[in-house]
Structure formats: C-alpha cells, structure tokens
Write a protein that binds this ligand. Sequence first.
Ligand SMILES: [Zn+2]
Length: 210
Amino acid sequence: MESIYQSDTKRAFLTFDDGPSTITPKILDILKQENVKVTFFVLGTNINGRQDIVKRMYEEGHYIANHGYTHSYSKIYLSPQSVLDEYNQCNDAVKNAIGVSEYNSHLFRFPGGFPGGKYADLKKEAKQLLSQNDVLNIDWNALTGDAETNQLSIEFELSRLSETIGDKNSVVILMHDSSTKSVTVEALPQIIANLRERGYEFKNFYEIIK
Ligand SMILES: [Zn+2]
C-alpha cells in the first residue's frame, strides 16, 4: 500500500468516508454522469436502512471499502481486537447489503486516520492484526478539506484540493459523504473537471486489490 503514492503517470483515487447517507445517491448520480469510479469507506452503522445505496455503489462499479462500525474512538480503539471486530461487523453489513456472501473489501481506513494521536500505539498493533487477516489500510495524501470547517464553500474545497495535491502524481483524495456535506456534492463536478484538466486519470482500488 505504501507504493500507492508512487506513480509515473497521473492518477487520482477519489475516496468518500463516513457514508452512506442521504447525499450519497446524489454523489452516485454525478459519478455515473461523469463515468468516474471511486472508493467508498462505508460506516457499518450507516448501512442500516440504506442497503439499497450500498448495493447501487457495488453495481455501478465503485469499490466498497471499510471504515469500521461505530466511528466512536472509545469503542473501536479499545483494543486491536475491537478494531478487527468492527471491520468484520462492517463487512457483514456490506455483505448483507450487496447480497454477496463471500465479499471482503480487504481495505480499511482507520477513523481519524492511521498515524499519531492518542491511540497511535494501539493503531499500530491493530494494523498488524488486520494485516494478519489480509486487511490492508490506507489513509490519503490529498483532501478537499470538507471536514476542516463548518463554513464550507466550493471555492474552499477546490483551493484545499489544489494546495494538498501540489505536484504529486498519485493522489488518494479524502472527501466525505456524510449527510452534512452537501457542499461536497455541489463541488464534485468541478473537482472532477479540475483533475481531468490537470491530466489525472481516475482509479479505484479494484485495480490494485484483487
Ligand atoms: Zn471518518
């Protein structure tokens, strides 16, 4: 996974965390129109009642990855085992939603990101345990800043994107499809156009992980 940030050609992985929510179908509509496949790091608790959205993600060729079950740091970061348990709980919810009993995304994103913070040591141990269970983890190396302020605007997201991409060739871009991120929906067509203008080709993790 470390090599994900290295590439000779320009490529962009759009990733959405914390969904599905009421705004996710709008994101799926835009992605369909633009013919872009992305990666969703879904949250187990948010799948309940929104199985149809997860099924749609899957059927439309997006990668369904795993962001745990509760997103509650005090629950998921109790122990390395509780991280793996939440991975499995979320994976079970995905399996039920898409109706594929053998589905395993093999890809996890730690709530709050992997490095540093109060739970840094526990996350390191959890990473080992996940990897023993064939689960990789990935963070991001660029973002639209849609979790940085409550005063979001399209201009803000585009400018944070440009700043964080810099001169990188291979970018994994963090965004969110939780219900409060309607500005991200509004910004998405411009985000896609901007990346295309800069020569980035869109990828999702099905091309990396079998
Ligand atoms: Zn999150």
